[in-house]
Write a protein that binds this ligand. Structure first.
Ligand code: PGA
Length: 255
């Protein structure tokens, strides 16, 4: 298992935070702090912030992602955004299957899979989120839950397409709760995800996939989490809204 085979990626997930004006301010503060990063740096922002964010980060190493996308090219899907719309304005990444989408907006593994396939076909790089509920962990079925999500969410994704997929392991009980998984718990599940990918594809393909941890990752615990061999980066919620905290995590991933 060779960590050097993969790109470390730190991605901010801003969720429903920051107006376009505030987004510009935050990105203008972040960009110089992460200019020397030895990892990929992404900010995934609300739809209305995307154009401003892309403009504010032009010429920097900060890439911009969306927080969701629909699978259809166009049509009667009120409130949804297509991959073509995102591509045209210069979006590179898209978060898919976040637990908040699954929990509050009826997202299922089937729709996550449809969105993932569409994103890949459009040339976007999906950050596919998986993770168990606290109840599922307590019932000792974390691995079953994760194996099912990985299999269904990546259904029909080819080995070639997998090169553009990032997986984020986000235990639902750790998101926004301040309750981080221990580095050992994160490593255990990230390693399990890689083993599942090796089963579905092959070891080389699995070794090349960036697997992030997400769930209350911050400037205090990033070092330890990122020191684990299968933890290749982070998907950061709360701490991504504070330039110095986000930059400190980027620094930890650059070591
Ligand atoms: P958090 O969110 O860092 O605020 O826990 C992580 C996420 O939901 O991606």
């Amino acid at each position: 298992m060779d960590k050097a085979k993969r790109k470390a990626i730190i991605a901010g997930n801003w969720k429903m935070n920051k107006t376009p004006k505030e987004a510009k301010e935050l990105l203008t503060a972040i960009a110089p702090l992460v200019a020397d990063a030895d990892c990929e740096v992404i900010a995934c922002v609300p739809y209305v912030d995307l154009a401003t964010a892309i403009e504010a980060t032009a010429g920097t190493n900060v890439k911009i992602g969306a927080e969701n996308c629909h699978w259809a090219a166009s049509g009667a899907f009120t409130g949804e955004i297509s991959t073509g719309m995102l591509k045209e304005i210069g979006v590179e990444y898209v978060v898919l299957g976040h637990s908040e989408r699954r929990q509050y907006f009826g997202e299922t593994d089937e729709t996550v899979n449809k969105r993932t396939k569409a994103a890949l076909a459009a040339g976007l790089k999906p950050i596919v989120c998986v993770g168990e509920l606290l109840w599922e962990r307590e019932c000792n079925i974390t691995e079953e839950v994760i194996a099912r999500q990985i299999k269904l969410d990546l259904w029909d994704v080819t080995e070639e397409e997998l090169k553009n997929v990032v997986i984020a392991y986000e235990p639902v009980w750790a998101i926004g709760t301040g309750k981080t998984a221990t580095a050992e718990q994160a490593e255990e599940v990230c390693a399990f995800i890689r083993a599942q990918l090796a089963k579905l594809y092959n070891q080389d393909a699995a070794d090349a996939v960036t697997i992030q941890y997400g769930g209350s990752m911050n400037d205090g615990n990033a070092d330890e989490l990122l020191s684990k061999v299968n933890v290749d980066g982070g998907l950061i919620g709360g701490a991504s809204l504070v330039a110095e905290k986000f930059a400190a995590i980027v620094k930890a991933a650059s070591k």
